[in-house]
Design a protein around this ligand. Structure first.
Ligand code: KG4
Ligand code: ZN
Length: 381
């Protein structure tokens, strides 16, 4: 089965094409393109939704062409047609820049051998999500391919089922927990089978990636802040630089499993007002923030594993690119004696491979029109 995945929920325009074998155990990535808008959003200190929408409109068709070529599924049409079907035009009415490119390019391409299109329908930025959904619907109509809407967070979970060579799907031992750490989400999901999810923990305020990003902004670092903080924290450890005072580990000993990160962010703000900031102090704060976040995550995850008797810990989301957090969680699982499934570093931040894979698992929910977005995207599907 060949699946084309489309991801536009935030600031990455991404398309991936995968082939999954009949048993659903081997996968081949035929094409995987991620075009990041990060640099364009950096001056705003975060993702600017209107700009994201405009960039997705501009980028989707070129990204599709590039991915089809890479997958060797691009053939110029022997008989290009001149006008789109009216229903395709209607679907793209709200995306005028995308419509112009769609009209120009898609009729010149032969229908590729693709069985299913999957697209992120949430959670994410509403204007950005709609561009991807409308593009998926227009392609589905033009090429007569079913379209399945998928949850972005489920994608982050499922991409961790791929082994590190990204060619095999590992079925986790159930029950399993998925720890999702991204720019918009921090939650622990309980699952007893793929496709069935129950949220058992979430952040009461900022997501962990948001905390990294906001602290970075306070420290005058560039967006996205997570990688910057983690680089400086690593240097601080190598140079043996440590903050004299410790920063709070919010809710670390609370009875429940929930998280909270806004207090940590605020404490950094106060700290920078009370102390003269220099390069060494920025390194020391970065280290303390990374360690505070890691401590909270490890303690809460340990409690969640003990409470639920989980056999596997699946980790997903952009923050999992953080080496220090990855290592701490690996050590935790080793100590408890349960399996840990981590995404390949290249696939921990947003991409469309995870959306294509989610499409494979959700293939029975394919539909042709009427996709609704779920911008706040509850994963308890
Ligand atoms: O999953 P993702 O790509 O997008 C969302 O769905 O939010 O996650 C992006 C988040 C950003 O907040 C970014 O700062 C964070 O992941 N991030 C990191 C690292 N790399 C990305 N945070 C900490 N350490 C990193 N190395
Ligand atoms: Zn994400």
């Amino acid at each position: 089965m060949i699946i084309l995945g489309i991801e536009t929920s935030c600031d990455e325009t991404a398309i991936s094409i995968i082939r999954v074998d009949e048993n659903g155990s081997n996968i081949e990535i035929l094409g995987n393109t991620v075009l990041s808008q990060m640099k364009l959003h950096a001056p705003y200190g975060g993702v600017f939704p209107v700009l994201a929408k405009r960039e997705h409109q501009k980028n989707l068709v070129p990204v599709l062409v590039q991915t089809l070529k890479h997958a060797k599924l691009f053939t110029s049409s022997a008989k290009p047609y001149t006008s789109l079907l009216q229903n395709t035009r209607t679907v793209l009415e709200m995306e005028s820049e995308l419509l112009t490119q769609f009209e120009e390019v898609i009729p010149t391409i032969e229908r590729p051998n693709i069985d299913l299109i999957s697209v992120t329908s949430g959670p994410g930025l509403e204007p950005a999500l709609w561009v991807g959904i409308n593009f998926a619907r227009a392609l589905g109509l033009t090429w007569n391919i079913p379209v399945v809407p998928v949850n972005h967070m489920e994608g982050h979970i499922l991409v961790s089922l791929l082994n590190q060579n990204v060619n095999k799907i590992t079925v986790p031992k159930f029950p399993a927990l998925a720890l999702l750490l991204s720019g918009g989400h921090t939650e622990i999901i309980y699952t007893d089978k793929i496709g069935s999810y129950k949220k058992i923990s979430e952040t009461r305020d900022d997501a962990v990636g948001e905390c990294f990003d906001k602290v970075a902004r306070t420290l005058g670092l560039t967006y996205p802040g997570g990688p910057e903080i983690s680089k400086l924290a690593k240097t601080a450890r190598v140079e043996n630089i440590k903050l004299k005072d410790s920063l709070p580990r919010p809710m670390i000993h609370s009875d429940d499993l929930d998280f909270s990160f806004s207090g940590l962010k605020t404490s950094v703000l106060y700290y920078t007002k009370e102390h003269k900031i220099n390069e060494t102090l920025v390194k020391a704060i970065s280290r303390e923030v990374e360690e505070a976040i890691t401590d909270v995550i490890v303690v809460k995850t340990k409690k969640a594993i003990e409470d639920t008797g989980a056999q596997t810990l699946i980790i997903g989301g952009g923050v999992v690119a953080n080496e220090y957090i990855r290592e701490a969680l690996k050590i935790l699982c080793e100590k408890i004696g349960i399996e840990i499934l981590l995404p390949h570093v290249d696939h921990s931040t947003d991409n469309a491979l995870m959306i294509a894979l989610a499409g494979y698992f959700e293939k029975d929910k394919a539909q042709n029109a009427d996709i609704k977005i779920n911008a706040f995207g509850n994963l308890s599907l």
